[in-house]
Design a protein around this ligand. Structure first.
Ligand code: MG
Length: 250
């Protein structure tokens, strides 16, 4: 029986993901000719209270689990049961660090702007890998930068967006990358996303960290790092944020 190295299995897995139709390498980053994902109208937003083993990161009442990148207290706006980006104040990040997690987060964009300037924010796993937050309801942009894209790499399988100001949800399974002791990549990050309950990223292997107009290679990092939410100068809202730790060896 042939022996496969972990790297070989990873390459096979990556190829399998590409067979499923999400092939970043065949398209230029932010390629406007890349097909627009077809539109699927989601059903009503299902209530998703945190399960018993969840770490609640935001329940609408305080920012105790968050700081700005420099350690300052969060200056984003706390409203009735949600937070709102205060443009220009910078990203906020979790005080805790995470590797493999299941994340639930709800968000709503403002009813303003066009293209990449309509409610742009983002969920950055390990402070490095972005799931895009954007108004993608009747708002065309490059497909690898629309809502539920893995920015610059994978458009969502379908466009499950709700209109601006309406609450939307992401349920995301993030598996961190693994690196050898010498820093080379052993296993890429793997991401699965449900947007408003609809599968939009199906176990895809990230090509590396998120960047704008480029796809840089992986750089070795810690096994656990903070999650952050992007300040892209628009008053996007978030609520009901919780994670489940999927790491068994940390
Ligand atoms: Mg963004």
């Amino acid at each position: 029986m042939p022996k496969f190295s972990v790297l070989s299995l990873t390459l096979i897995l990556t190829a399998f993901c590409q067979v499923l139709g999400q092939t970043p390498d065949t398209w230029e980053v932010h390629d406007l000719d890349r097909p627009q994902p077809r539109i699927v109208t989601p059903a009503g937003l299902a209530a998703s209270p945190p399960p018993s083993d969840a770490i609640v990161l935001f329940d609408g009442t305080h920012f105790n689990e968050w700081t700005h990148a420099n350690g300052d207290p969060v200056s984003w706006i706390l409203r009735d049961d949600y937070m709102e980006v205060k443009p220009g104040t910078g990203i906020i990040q979790t005080k805790q660090s995470f590797g493999d997690i299941q994340l639930h987060i709800e968000w709503a964009t403002p009813n303003s702007g066009t293209g990449q300037d309509s409610g742009n924010s983002g969920v950055y796993f390990m402070s490095t890998y972005e799931v895009q937050v954007l108004n993608s309801y009747n708002n065309k942009t490059y497909p690898d930068g629309q809502a539920a894209s893995l920015y610059g790499q994978y458009p969502p399988l379908v466009n499950a967006s709700r209109p601006p100001l309406e609450w939307q949800s992401y349920d995301i399974i993030f598996r961190r990358p693994h690196f050898e002791n010498d820093g080379t990549l052993n296993q890429p990050a793997i991401v699965t996303i449900f947007h408003n309950g609809i599968l939009v990223q199906d176990h895809v292997a990230l090509t590396g960290p998120t960047s704008h107009k480029s796809r840089p290679p992986y750089e070795a990092h810690e096994d656990a790092l903070p999650l952050f939410l992007q300040d892209h100068n628009e008053p996007t809202r978030f609520r009901n944020i919780w994670v489940r730790n999927l790491e068994s060896d940390l």
